[in-house]
Design a protein around this ligand. Structure first.
Ligand code: 5GP
Length: 189
């Protein structure tokens, strides 16, 4: 059996990571790593599918118990990758897809140097702001806060092997599938 690839997808809030991953998953043999977070559930999100939604106390307890492969604080909330499912799936040679921000991506690259890091960029920052404004639950303050974090993040994406501009969803998905196939071939060699 071929070795699985640890695929990390990052990108600013609103760039379309979740939709892209939803479209990639049926096309490759991969396990989606569901993160834990202390932020509130957004409309349409499902516990255990989009995230494991935890209280701050529950999250901190899990940190102490060493249950996270990595974790970070983003926009004043905790986000972390549960370790156990990842170890099990890597042993079974599955690809893993993680949707995480840049600190987490760096931590994973340190632990798994062969991880495949892909950063999704918006066509323009105005387009990103527009997409964030379309989230009904986001206040103007929230939009500005997420935009500020995005600008900061964009300064530190040089360690990502691939950067893909999401100006057309289907094209973006095809490009990422091509990247994964290319990496699979280079691993087999
Ligand atoms: P959102 O609140 O928009 O779902 O996610 C905020 C940010 O947290 C996004 O950049 C997302 O990729 C990142 N994120 C989600 N889960 C994790 C995780 O487990 N670890 C880290 N480091 N970042 C995460």
């Amino acid at each position: 059996m071929n070795k699985g690839i640890y695929i990390v997808i990052s990108g600013p809030s609103g760039v379309g990571k979740t939709t892209i991953i939803e479209k990639i998953l049926p096309r490759i043999n991969a396990f989606y790593s569901v993160s834990a977070t202390t932020r509130k559930l957004r409309p349409g999100e499902v516990e255990g599918e989009d995230y494991y939604f935890l209280s701050k106390e529950e999250f901190q307890k899990k940190i102490e118990e060493g249950e996270f492969l990595e974790y970070t604080i983003y926009d004043n909330e905790y986000y972390g990758t549960p370790l156990k499912p990842i170890l099990a799936k890597l042993e079974q040679n599955y690809h893993i897809i993680s949707e995480i921000e840049t600190n987490g991506a760096k931590a994973i690259k340190e632990k798994y140097p062969e991880a495949l890091l892909i950063y999704i960029l918006p066509p323009t920052m105005n387009e990103l702001r527009h997409r964030l404004a379309n989230r009904p639950e986001y206040t103007q303050e929230k939009i500005e806060q997420r935009m500020k974090i995005s600008y900061q993040e964009l300064h530190e994406v040089s360690f990502y092997k691939y950067k893909v501009i999401n100006d057309d969803l289907e094209k973006t998905v095809d490009t990422i599938i091509e990247i994964i196939k290319k990496e699979e071939t280079s691993i087999k060699k």
